[in-house]
Write a protein that binds this ligand. Structure first.
Ligand code: NAP
Length: 214
């Protein structure tokens, strides 16, 4: 499979490496695709990993991952060109995270809207599935925790797209949990704030959520 990742930060590089390890071809998109950091990434992952513009990455992928700075999602999509996404599955990993002056995390917006819904509105033909936004990048691929596979929540409007993403989550070592349509992002994005707060207060970001069922 060809995977295009719109974004070049920690999430893009971690997931990109994970897809390469699964045998996929990956193109990371950036406004500066020739940066030293991205040269180091391509050198580390080998010939199945390449870089290009946001448009190159979105056009390259059969599957597209959105890994842009959350409050800049619409700008990243505008730079990529919405037509590059077509009807593709778009995994939205983003959180519209902001910080107070005393460094406490909060969402730039939420409650009755979400980044997931905004991404779906910006890409009305694409099949957006929110996933990977409730854990740190270091644990996105093959998470190892003493309590067994943690839970990765996902949501989206297209059942077939969600099924494919759930299968992918299992391949990446997660226990997938469906929280419904893309409006479920209203639930998942605040979980990122809870995750960051737990990390700050607990002194470690080696944490993940797990749903326990009786
Ligand atoms: N870091 C984590 O552990 C983690 C975990 C879960 C979810 N997330 C979410 O995943 C997303 C990516 O996180 P990250 O930490 O990898 O990176 P990030 O620093 O939040 O975002 C980096 C990406 O955003 C792009 N970007 C920044 N400003 C932009 C602008 N004005 N217009 C268009 N694009 C812009 C950058 O483009 P260039 O490549 O051109 O610089 C870069 O590709 C975020 O929404 C974050 O909340 C992060």
């Amino acid at each position: 499979m060809k995977v295009g990742i719109v974004g070049s930060g920690d999430v893009a590089r971690s997931l990109g490496k994970g897809f390469v390890e699964l045998g996929d071809e990956v193109r990371l998109g950036s406004r500066t695709p020739d940066s030293d950091a991205l040269k180091a990434w391509t050198a580390a992952v080998g010939s199945r990993g390449t870089t290009g513009s946001f448009a190159d990455a979105a056009g390259f992928g059969d599957l597209v991952v959105l890994a842009s700075h959350g409050v800049e999602n619409e700008n990243a999509i505008r730079l990529a060109g919405p037509r590059q996404f077509g009807r593709k599955i778009v995994i939205d990993t983003t959180n519209p995270l902001a910080f107070t002056p005393d460094h406490r995390p909060l969402l730039a917006y939420g409650g009755n809207d979400s980044a997931g819904e905004r991404v779906q509105r910006a890409l009305p033909d694409a099949r957006v599935v929110k996933a990977f936004n409730t854990v740190g990048h270091a644990h996105m691929v093959h998470p190892k925790f003493p309590g067994g596979p943690p839970t990765m929540f996902y949501c989206g409007n297209d059942p077939a797209a969600k099924q494919q993403v759930a299968d992918l989550l299992r391949r990446f070592g997660w226990e997938p949990a469906d929280v419904g349509g893309i409006e479920g992002a209203r639930l998942l994005e605040p979980m990122c704030v809870a995750w960051v707060t737990l990390g700050i207060l607990g002194g470690s970001f080696d944490i993940a959520f797990k749903v326990l069922r009786a």
